[in-house]
Design a protein around this ligand. Structure first.
Ligand code: HEC
Length: 157
């Protein structure tokens, strides 16, 4: 019985944590990303530029193109990639890509973002970057230009 009560309390705490995720420091339009589509069914441990233990989320606008493979993506597409620190099991970083018409036509009109969780407040700091600040992201994502700068490798995970 004690165990059951423990489980119920645990679930309640988890529920509160999910609800309070809205105050996680992310911009309002991203705060609910945990209810978006997840691109990988199991956590991705593929080695790439991004550290291991990853989950990739994308919104409905992105999903239409992910399903049809009819590139390019429409304006309003957003991808977020979570990095979980395998020592603390906390999400430490969220990387973003969003389509903004006219933002950077030479590089597919993608805007890139990095949000880092700040240790003391637990909130995500950072934001969407100017294209000049995301040369590194662009440089590598250009190698997947045939899929409109996304890799989508994790879909098979
Ligand atoms: C050296 C290559 C490289 C660099 C640099 C890089 N990425 Fe990626 N990115 C990848 C690969 C490979 C994937 C596919 C998932 C995986 O295995 O990590 C990916 C996936 C993503 C995704 C999920 C959408 C997709 O492409 O399928 C986002 C969002 C993303 N990266 C954001 C960024 C941001 C923001 C930066 C710069 C701060 C960046 N990336 C820099 C290689 C790179």
């Amino acid at each position: 019985m004690k165990r059951l009560i423990g489980l119920v309390i645990g679930l309640m705490v988890f529920g509160l944590w999910v609800v309070s995720a809205a105050g996680n420091g992310l911009p309002d339009d991203l705060a609910g990303y945990l209810s978006w589509h997840r691109g990988n069914s199991q956590k991705s441990f593929a080695e790439s530029a991004h550290p291991i233990a990853k989950d990739i989320y994308f919104n409905d606008t992105a999903a239409e193109t992910v399903m049809s493979k009819n590139f390019p993506y429409a304006e309003g597409t957003v991808f977020l990639k979570e990095r979980t620190d395998i020592e603390t099991l906390m999400v430490s970083t969220i990387y973003g890509m969003r389509k903004v018409a006219g933002f950077d036509p030479a590089n597919g009109d993608w805007q890139y973002a990095v949000f880092e969780r700040e240790g003391s407040s637990g909130k995500f700091m950072g934001g969407w970057m100017e294209s000049s600040g995301s040369a590194m992201c662009i440089g590598c994502h250009t190698t997947s230009k045939d899929k409109d700068y996304t890799f989508l490798t994790y879909l098979a995970n």
